[in-house]
Ligand binder design. Structure first.
Ligand code: 13P
Length: 247
């Protein structure tokens, strides 16, 4: 059985007080999910502190492909590990579209995370026009293939995937559970071509306007193993409701 993961990607939002509010809101919530909080870099050490005696774990939003050196403004996997970080997002669509991250750069970051024992959460997804043109799986497969080229299919055995259709991010219009399920199943099939065992165990999260009202329907789909939540993760009570839907 694959365990659910519900991850809150704060993006460039939140503060110290929100870490505490989230901890309070989630205390005592019953869930089958591992809950991952992904705040901006500067809050990682205090997130680890605040979550010390809880089941909450901490993730980062980005990582350098380098281990150390003259890379002003970058943060390495080793540094993330020092903060107690267990996960890192790689290839979020905002990084791809606003900061020019190509499939190859994303694959390098995936490698950098695994090198230090941090689990990458690889984000993939199509734009509205790519979907319209019937290119959804081609776009996703190109992202997956770039990673496979570097780490082989075995690399997917120590990673999490997140399907985030770009048209659903921050729009309030989530993919329907059926639409998301279809893509999740296709992603799993792509992995199964190379290794059925890895495909069966691979956690694939859905992201894009996940909210308290749609989480249960999404999470009940057979190939949806939880959610990557943006805006709704900034409201502690609503986020706790989403977490409680993973059952
Ligand atoms: P929203 O939940 O705000 O649509 O954001 C999704 C996302 O990008 C999570 O990484």
């Amino acid at each position: 059985m694959r365990q659910y993961i519900v991850a809150g990607n704060w993006k460039m939002n939140g503060n110290e007080a929100l870490l505490i509010a989230v901890r309070e809101a989630l205390a005592g919530v019953e869930t089958k999910a591992e809950v991952v909080i992904i705040p901006p870099y500067v809050y990682l050490p205090s997130a680890t502190q605040h979550f010390r005696d809880t089941n909450l774990v901490v993730g980062a939003q980005n990582v350098s492909k380098h281990e150390e050196g003259a890379f002003t403004g970058e943060i390495s996997g080793l540094m993330l590990r020092d903060t107690g970080c267990q996960y890192v997002l790689v290839g979020h669509s905002e990084r791809r579209t606003m900061y020019g991250e190509t499939n190859e750069i994303v694959a390098n970051k995936f490698v950098a995370a695994q090198r230090v024992g941090i689990t990458p959460i690889l984000c993939v997804g199509e734009t509205f026009s790519e979907r319209g043109a019937g290119k959804t799986m081609a776009v996703i497969e190109a992202s997956l293939e770039a990673v496979r080229a570097q780490v082989g299919i075995r690399g997917f055995g120590k990673a999490v995937l997140a399907y985030e259709p770009i048209w659903a991010i921050g729009t309030g219009v989530a993919a329907t559970p059926e639409m998301a399920q279809a893509i999740h199943a296709d992603i799993r099939k792509w992995v199964a071509k190379y290794d059925e065992g890895i495909a069966k165990n691979l956690q694939i999260l859905y992201g894009g306007s996940v909210a308290p009202l749609n989480a249960q329907a999404l999470f009940s789909m057979p190939d949806i193993d939880g959610g990557l939540v943006g805006g709704a993760s900034l409201k502690p009570d609503g986020f706790a409701e989403i977490v409680a839907q993973a059952k």
